[in-house]
Design a protein around this ligand. Sequence first.
Ligand code: MIG
Length: 830
Amino acid sequence: MLRRLWCYFAVVLILIAGNVRTLHAEWHFIDRMTEGPPQGNSITFKNSQALVQVTAVSPDVVRVRMTHGAAFGPDFSYAVVKADWPTPQLEFAGTSQTETIQTADLEVRVQLAPFRISFHDRAGRLIAKDADGMGMAWDGDRVRCWKWMPSDEHYFGLGEKGDDLDKRGHAYVMWNTDAYGWGAATDPLYVSIPFFLALRSGRAYGLFFDNTYRSSFDMGKEFPEMYSFGSEGGEINYYFINGPDPKQVLERYTNLTGRMPLPARWQIAYQQSRYSYYPESMVRFIADNFRERHIPCDVLYLDIQYMDGCRVFTWDKAGFPDPRKLLSDLRRQGFRVVTILDPGVKVDPNYWVYQQGLAGNDFVKMPDGKLFIGKVWPGDSVFPDFTWHRVRDWWGSLYQGLIQDGVAGFWDDMDEPSVFEFPSRTMSPDAVFNDHGQESPHLKVHNVYGLLMSEATREGVLKYRPNERPLVITRDTYAGGQRYAAVWTGDNSSTWEHLRLSLPELMNMGISGLSLVGADIGGFAMSPSPDLYTRWLEAGVFYPFCRTHTEIGSRNQEPWSYGNRREDINRQSIELRYRLLPYFYNAFHQAAETGLPVMRALLLEFPDDAKAVGAEDEFLLGDDLLVTPVVKDGEISRSVYLPKGEWFDFWSSRVYDGPAQIQVDAPLDRIPLFVRGGAVIPTQQVVEYTDQTPIDPLTLEVYPQGDSSREYYEDDGLTFDYLRGVYLKQSFTVKADGNAIIVATSARKGSYQPPTRHLEIRIHDEQCAPHQVDLGGTALPRAESLDGLKQASPAWYYDAASRTLIIETFDNPQGVIARLMNNGITRDRP
Ligand code: MIG
């Protein structure tokens, strides 16, 4: 009765509020609330209908919970891992109308009637607020929150969405979905990350709605002056994350939800896959071709056909009679092998995994206690309940055999979970999961199934190979999934449109905390034209996770599948990735430390620049490379936006002054690529696989602009020893000093010692040969040719054609200082 009265009251209120709000007549908005006393860093508000709790988690992160019951549910999250927050310095103040909470950086104002929350900086500037007349509401099990949407605010992130970079004006659903052949308009896709970054006039904040039910975000599609987010169950549970620098937002979001662990070097090298390389002779044929053709590659993939009738953790003995021998032969050729695994376990009384799971009560059941059985590749299958810690442990133990066979990495597919059931394409909504002892319906945990499968995989692999960094890739995940696995973007298609879409899609995944991400190079569904594959690979070698993959029945999709000329270009593309591996590795290290993505939307570096914010087909790779791929058929030049600063053309070292919109040549064999002035890009020799030979020489590509410095990181690239101090850290500085340039590498820190090696310093855009080059105070001899340089080392050589000064020496652990003097010749750029 009371409830009905309240409804009536709410409807009247809404009608009075006028506007178009009648559409929401079923929503119960919160009118007046009274505040309780602050408790620690929280304060709770209530009325007879609802409870709201506002918690200052840190000076820059504020959590808001709302439930329409009398008490909050258990406080548990699959995404948030940080629990040990220091108690922030807070001030609470209140009047009969408002309660305010001040942190060092924020002021949260809570208006009691009608109940609205707003976030301000300490100068009082409004950052975000509940929409006037709306705020938070519920309707049955649904909850939703509407917020004010300024006309000049833009939104990014929201995980894996295949359309525009800027989410303003769009609406999205979060419900992990097997979306074979998806297009720009397809939503939802595989991954659900209910987090976005808002950017307005260069100032950012983040909002993370930690609710695993099917949820939705409307970024001004329904009402142009409001955005909203909500879900079909659970509580409103969101984190407001302060900026104002967008990088700070990502750092704080990943502090909350965890960061990608540093991958091994082989995991960021080139990888080759198809559905399926089968049988063994085909796998060997592919491996031999890579080596005979001298195309670098570190990883080969086995798709579902390697299994015995798609029974997970088994081998198809006809196709793979001796997997151990195969894998060890491949390892000798420098390859590692990754096998696919689906969550569905074949219902087969004679199959050990099924037997074990049955005996252990590990599979998901229906409310009547019977097993949930769904059809997937093996036929009728049952599904592990990954929400149960004990089941994750069991699943993890199953990897022992494959690991003993020599499998290097694991690929989790179909973990939406996908079921051949239409139209739902997944399990029945009321299948029961343990869910941390809460006995929840599938509806609640669907979106974390993939995250938990990848957690089980990673933990399992770690048990058997405790001191090697595991590679797990997953199709599905939820916020925080970066802690466990790389993510690929599922079944894209071999079209130019998909090549183009992969860029904003991956940039937004980066903004959503996922750093090790990539799309299937060349496209999964259908077959690319030779040009499309070539262009896709040129862009794809800059994807953080770099793998070619294609579907069953498509044409051959290897780098050599398109004729000799294409093969040469494709080899060059992959070689470029290998040359840049030390640079990539540093970008990954930075991502692991700070949460800043490896593949970066320009807005993260240039939030004040509207053109940079809108850039959809360019991205930064790490701090210093601007990658501008060709994504249109037949194009041999493209328009590039260069943000503020000096930019060196990677190929010609020609210098451009940004901001500028320029047109650059892009013949089929060249991806336009730019380097930020001041950069020192560490590179290495080309190898055919990462552990073929140690880095030698380490080359520093120096792009002088005033004084600059860069940090360098290296370790064994494989184990966890780096967590125990076995790493190398060094800084590289470049100083323009009168008519000289000084390039210095500092002494190394950390106990990692790379094998003795050469150091090559290449200084770009030097207009003429220097008068003299000193190394540690001694004048170096000048070599007359590039070949002579290697022999004469330490020595220098000036290459007039490329305007590059090259210095060769030993990579000295104490550091080296090179000084080149131009004897009165003024440099163009001071
Ligand atoms: O329904 O294992 O996205 O990469 O090759 C197809 C076969 C199942 C979907 C994955 C794809 C993989 C394929 N899988």
